[in-house]
Design a protein around this ligand. Structure first.
Ligand code: ATP
Length: 458
């Protein structure tokens, strides 16, 4: 595999330059590892989430959607084990006051001593690390005006627990029987000790989680099913197969509740890292919540008379990490007519904007026809109108946000109602009749696609 031109710094600077993703609270100097998504970032992220919902509830009949609360009853976290065990080992440096994760002090995690960035924490001449102590990652807050016993609640560190709390309710109204799943997308919060690497590890982040409830004997079969289905999904987003892999957890890495877990990993510029975890959680969560709440959380099969606590397979993905993988996988640099170009070779279905409509000049009726063309297209796909600057600069702007097609209106367009369609990757320009344009572009958008970076690698 030849070296990719992409680096994390280039992604961060492109995202900032084009207002895709940028540091939050910047007018106050920013706040640790918290980012805001601008217009194109929102569109890109929305495409990721839509593709996930399509795979979960559009393409299948056995999964239903849920949107549970971020703040749940505090006993939730007692039952789930988060209160006692959702911790990371923390060390402080007595010299610089910085905190580190004791299990991230190796070269692989690329955490550096702030006083001497060429060395790992603990290895500098003045480093003076404390013993590790366990630090709970849940953000605490209180309900009500005074902080008193019983008023402490937590911002959820994962969306999954809301699904388990609602298992019985959903089973009642969804008219489903195992195997069936409950899916949700929403924000989770973790007071990470060493966040970093842009949106890879942040304090608040969106998760896409699905709990798939199955008869106990079928759990392993469904675990294997979801490993394959989730790898396929990332490839369908256009991510190169040679940059994706499945890594099974070693026995000593497994969470206390899990009999098997594998991570889908992506080869980010910082190395292979987790995009998504797929776990066989057994019946741990439903059993725990049944014990703590006193509610029966089981399935009764009226036909067979069988009663059991379903086992659960959980694919748990991060919206930010998938968005970052798409950006890294698509980032490319090339030369056009001797000029350097930065381009995002995104799958057209993932691109924030599908078509930019550009009048060649701002006169002679071209803007009017361009608006007409834009109105023809806007209900079919995300479209943008741009008349500012030279046509070359406008193409470059669209290339940087990954717009697959630019439609240009020129003097000939006014004579014969044809426009040119410029392709972001091949740079070909085809003349198309205005009346046929919506169908031509919709056809291109629906067509199978593979990353042109793969062809370049071959
Ligand atoms: P890691 O080992 O990287 O901390 P994890 O194994 O704790 O991740 P899970 O609890 O399995 O993560 O969460 C499921 C998914 O949620 C992860 O695969 C990742 O995509 C996303 N995720 C978890 N923590 C963060 C975070 N702090 N920032 C951004 N995304 C996150």
């Amino acid at each position: 595999m030849p070296d990719d031109v992409v680096t994390m710094d280039k992604i961060v600077s492109l995202c900032k330059r084009r207002g895709i993703i940028f540091p939050a609270s910047e007018i106050y100097g920013g706040i640790a590892n918290t980012y805001d998504y601008g217009h194109y970032g929102v569109l890109l992220k929305r495409n990721v989430v839509d593709a996930w919902w399509q795979a979960m509830i559009g393409d299948r009949d056995d999964i239903v959607a849920l949107d549970s609360a971020i703040i749940q009853h505090p006993r939730t976290w007692e039952a789930s084990g988060h209160l006692a065990g959702f911790t990371d080992p923390l060390v402080d440096c007595r010299t610089c006051g910085q905190r580190f994760r004791a299990d991230h002090l190796d070269a692989e995690h690329d955490v550096r001593c702030p006083r001497k960035p060429s060395v790992l924490p603990g290895q500098g001449p003045d480093c003076n690390l404390t013993e590790a102590r366990e630090f709970n990652l849940m953000f605490e807050t209180t309900i009500g005006p005074v902080q008193e016993a019983g008023s402490t609640v937590y911002l959820r560190p994962e969306t999954a627990q809301g699904i388990f709390l609602d298992f019985k309710t959903v089973l009642g109204f969804a008219r489903r029987k195992p195997p069936f799943g409950i899916a949700q997308v929403g924000k989770s919060f973790r007071n990470e000790i060493t966040p970093g690497n842009f949106i890879f590890r942040t304090l608040e982040f969106e998760q896409m989680e699905m709990e798939y409830f199955v008869p106990p004997d079928d759990a392993h079969r469904w675990y294997l099913h979801w490993l394959e289905a989730r790898m396929d999904w990332y490839e369908r987003l256009g991510i190169r197969g040679d940059h994706l892999r499945l890594r099974a957890h070693e026995q000593d890495e497994l969470s206390h509740y899990s009999s098997a877990t594998s991570d889908v990993e992506y080869l980010y510029p910082i190395g292979w890292q987790e995009l998504e975890g797929i776990a066989n959680r057994g019946n741990f969560d439903l059993t725990q919540h049944a014990q703590h709440s006193g509610e029966k959380l089981e399935y009764f099969d009226q036909q067979s008379g069988e009663r059991y606590v379903p086992h659960v397979i959980e694919p748990a993905a991060g919206v930010g990490r998938a968005t970052l993988a798409l950006l890294c996988d698509a980032y490319d640099e090339d030369q056009i007519g001797g000029e350097a170009r930065t381009v995002l070779k995104l799958h057209p279905q993932m691109a924030p904007v599908k078509v930019a409509v550009l009048p060649l000049v701002r006169k002679d009726g071209q803007p009017e026809l361009a608006h007409e063309v834009r109105n023809l297209l806007r209900r079919r796909m995300q479209t943008e109108y741009d008349e500012g600057g030279s046509i070359g600069r406008r193409y470059r702007r669209q290339d940087e946000i990954g717009t697959p097609w630019c439609v240009t209106i020129d003097h000939q367009s006014l004579e014969d109602r044809t426009v040119t369609v410029r392709d972001r990757d091949t740079l070909t320009q085809d003349r198309v009749a205005v009346d046929e344009l919506p169908d031509v572009l919709a056809g291109k958008l629906a067509a199978p696609w593979t990353s042109p970076k793969l062809a370049a690698e071959a």
